[in-house]
Write a protein that binds this ligand. Structure first.
Ligand SMILES: [Zn+2]
Length: 270
């Protein structure tokens, strides 16, 4: 089956984005196709796969307008029905006190200075709240006692964790690195993707930023390269992949200096 037939069979309407297995290299979930006003742009993220192009469908202007309108109505409806649920804070998540020594030791050790934390007295976890449009929708807890796993999600509602209000987005491995990065570089926003792959929800958020830097832990350099490629293809924005000496949370001088340099370079070229 040719690529045109393959795309036709997807039946993409105006504004639709498809992601799935690649018809050429058979890469799992590496193929995307997006219909923008009748032009279907397609490509594959897999390194070495050459499938990429634009397929112009013959929609009339009237047809495009009608479909756009349908789509907008549908999108408005979806937004209402898919609103994130507010998290009900369980009783064992409490405001941290001076005598919660495991909590206090962790906060001191990492020099955490953000306010949105609670303490899970049942499981001994430092809990970081995740907000969406001003409401708490999820929380992620870091074990400070002997409990497993090390990280625990309380609702699973959140698609990502972000901290900071800067115009440069830094994508890091975990919540702790995100918090520490924004404390070192207060003019950025940091994002922990809370999972092993980027989804359309991540892309929607990433698209809000002009420049994106990815700095995952050094043992994940393959993933860093893959994310960079995916983000550039999805958003069309220049994305920088940074090699770290150690995880951001360890604040190696060389890493922080290099990061500052990259941020300054990106902001001055805006
Ligand atoms: Zn492919």
């Amino acid at each position: 089956m040719g690529i045109r037939d393959f795309i036709n069979d997807l039946g993409l309407k105006e504004g639709d984005r498809h992601r799935g297995d690649c018809p050429q290299c058979r890469g799992k979930n590496t193929f995307t196709a997006t219909n923008t006003l009748g032009d279907i742009q397609y490509n594959c993220f897999k390194l070495g796969c050459t499938i990429r192009g634009i397929y112009v469908t013959d929609m009339t202007v009237a047809e495009i307008r009608r479909r756009l309108k349908d789509q907008q109505t549908q999108r408005a409806y979806t937004n209402i029905t898919k609103e994130k649920e507010t998290m009900e804070i369980p009783e064992y998540l409490v405001t941290p006190k001076a005598n919660h020594t495991k909590y206090q030791r962790f906060i001191r050790r990492w020099g955490i200075a953000i306010a949105d934390t609670l303490y899970d007295v049942k499981d001994e976890r430092v809990v970081f709240l995740i907000k969406h449009k001003g409401r708490v929708i999820d929380a992620i807890g870091r074990a400070v006692g002997n409990n497993h796993p090390k990280w625990y999600r309380y609702t699973g509602e959140a698609d990502y964790y972000t901290v900071g209000n800067g115009r440069i987005l830094l994508i890091v491995e975990d919540v702790l690195s995100a918090i520490i990065a924004t404390q070192e570089l207060p003019y950025i926003t940091a994002m922990a993707i809370l999972g092993t792959s980027l989804s359309p929800k991540h892309m929607e958020k990433i698209q809000e930023y002009n420049k994106v830097i990815i700095a995952l832990d050094p043992d994940a350099i393959g993933k860093t390269v893959e994310y960079r490629r995916e983000i550039e293809l999805w958003t069309g924005n220049k994305t920088i992949a940074m090699n770290l000496l150690d995880d951001i949370k360890y604040k190696m001088d060389e890493d922080i200096d290099k990061l500052k340099e990259l941020c300054n370079a990106t902001s001055s070229s805006d």
